[in-house]
Design a protein around this ligand. Structure first.
Ligand code: HEC
Length: 244
């Protein structure tokens, strides 16, 4: 009990520290970059979602869902959602990061080819969250910019929220929090300033097959459903960008 109270007040204390650090003007570039990276990972997950039927068709062998095909669709989607054409973006540090994320996402698709092109297998586990996690891991290794998916009731162990993420998820789940609004703060981590940004995600109809009801029943990935409903907070995309 005592421990619970102590850790709770620690969490609240940490939260107050976050709240007291306003976004400095110097982080304006990082805020824009974080927002664009989040839009790119979202667009990639949408492309993976839109191809689930094709990818899980047991009658087809070669699906044609190659890394280049995927990149073409992602660039198209990103033009719609972010108004940026990655096939002809002017070189800049920001463009460099976006292209590195695109490249990381392509690598995940390239590595999945043997699984994706297997005939006679329906569900192949190539789902938006797994694509996003793997793309994020590769991107983080290449750039030092941390990109992950997280949730209060997380499935993949590496998606466990840290203190900042847990507080932001708590905020997002408050009914008074503006739906879809990102939450960002400048923190000092390991002696350097970083921008942390979290973008909440909600469950659409497609997601319920795995994260919906009945709670505890196995979904087709073999994991337990969370019993959530359409529109519920699913989790968040989390970005940590070092400030120059
Ligand atoms: C086919 C089942 C399936 C569907 C459909 C699905 N998910 Fe998931 N979701 C999973 C699995 C499995 C994981 C763990 C993936 C991993 O990281 O390997 C996961 C992970 C997540 C995570 C990261 C946190 C965690 O639990 O590790 C979020 C956020 C998430 N899903 C949201 C969604 C949203 C939003 C949708 C709909 C757009 C969706 N999911 C659709 C199975 C599914």
């Amino acid at each position: 009990m005592r421990v619970a109270v102590a850790s709770r007040s620690l969490a609240i204390g940490l939260f107050l520290v976050f709240m007291c650090l306003p976004l400095s003007a110097s982080a304006a570039n990082e805020v824009e970059t974080a927002d664009l990276l989040i839009k790119l990972i979202q667009a990639g997950r949408t492309v993976v979602t839109e191809h689930q039927e094709l990818l899980n068709d047991p009658t087809k062998g070669d699906k044609g869902f190659t890394a280049d095909y995927f990149a073409g669709k992602l660039i198209e989607k990103y033009k719609e959602t972010a108004k940026i054409d990655l096939s002809r973006a002017a070189p800049s540090p920001q463009t460099g990061l976006l292209l590195t994320l695109l490249e990381s996402g392509k690598e995940v698709v390239a590595e999945a080819q043997p699984v994706l092109n297997k005939q006679g297998v329906a569900f192949k586990g190539f789902i938006p969250a797994a694509w996003g996690r793997k793309a994020g891991e590769k991107f983080t290794k290449k750039t030092g910019v941390k990109l992950k998916l997280t949730a209060t009731e997380y499935r993949f162990p590496g998606n466990k929220p840290d203190d900042f993420e847990a507080e932001a998820l708590k905020l997002f789940s408050d009914p008074s929090y503006p739906k879809g609004k990102e939450f960002s703060r400048v923190l000092v981590q390991d002696g350097r300033q970083v921008l942390r940004m979290m973008k909440p995600e909600y469950l659409g109809h497609f997601c319920l097959g795995c994260h919906g009801e009945p709670k505890g029943e196995r979904d087709k990935t073999g994991m337990k459903k969370e019993g959530m409903k359409e529109g519920d907070l699913a989790g968040a995309i989390s970005l940590t960008i070092p400030i120059r």
